[in-house]
Design a protein around this ligand. Structure first.
Ligand code: MN
Length: 168
């Protein structure tokens, strides 16, 4: 069990909200003092997506692609932080990395699906291309589907949208 201490100010606990108006207006937030972040005009127009991903480069790429597709992007670097943010922000969809520090993505998805506040939120696993068995395990954990890593930057956003019934 990972400790629950929130280390305010460290990179491990930071997350960002993507603003739909563009990359330059992204809000940078620390810790969990984010209860009023969705009062800004831009973020209200899109769907909220929570990305749980511990690799900074992957996170940057995914964030960029999703912001270009008009998602408001919330980020977490481990599953426990992700679950806390999901409870507060009620995202429309969760993108779940499988290999995470602490709780792995399968366990985290099982927890989310069993949580009365979160169970309704679709979870999409992001699984390594080389780990075919992960896709099956993700479905068993309650994911609505999976997207393979390395992600295809051309189709990624539409794949995500298809899981919440928007786009194609
Ligand atoms: Mn990972």
């Amino acid at each position: 069990m990972r400790q629950e201490t929130v280390n305010h100010g460290t990179s491990g606990e930071r997350f960002f909200l993507g603003n739909l108006q563009g990359m330059n207006s992204r809000y940078t937030l620390r810790g969990e003092k984010h209860s009023d972040i969705f009062t800004g005009s831009g973020a209200m127009t899109g769907k909220k997506i929570l990305v749980i991903e511990d690799n900074e480069l992957n996170l940057e790429l995914v964030r960029t692609l999703l912001e270009l597709a008009d998602f408001a992007v919330l980020e977490a670097v481990d599953a426990e932080q992700g679950i806390r943010i999901a409870r507060k922000e009620q995202p429309d969809i969760i993108l779940m990395d499988i290999q995470l520090p602490g709780l792995d993505g399968f366990t985290a998805t099982t927890k989310i699906k069993a949580d009365p506040l979160l169970g309704h939120i679709p979870v999409v696993a992001v699984t390594s291309f080389t780990m075919a068995s992960d896709a099956k395990k993700a479905m068993e954990a309650g994911c609505v589907g999976h997207i393979s890593k390395p992600i295809d930057t051309r189709s990624f956003a539409n794949e995500v949208k298809s899981f919440i019934g928007i786009g194609k």
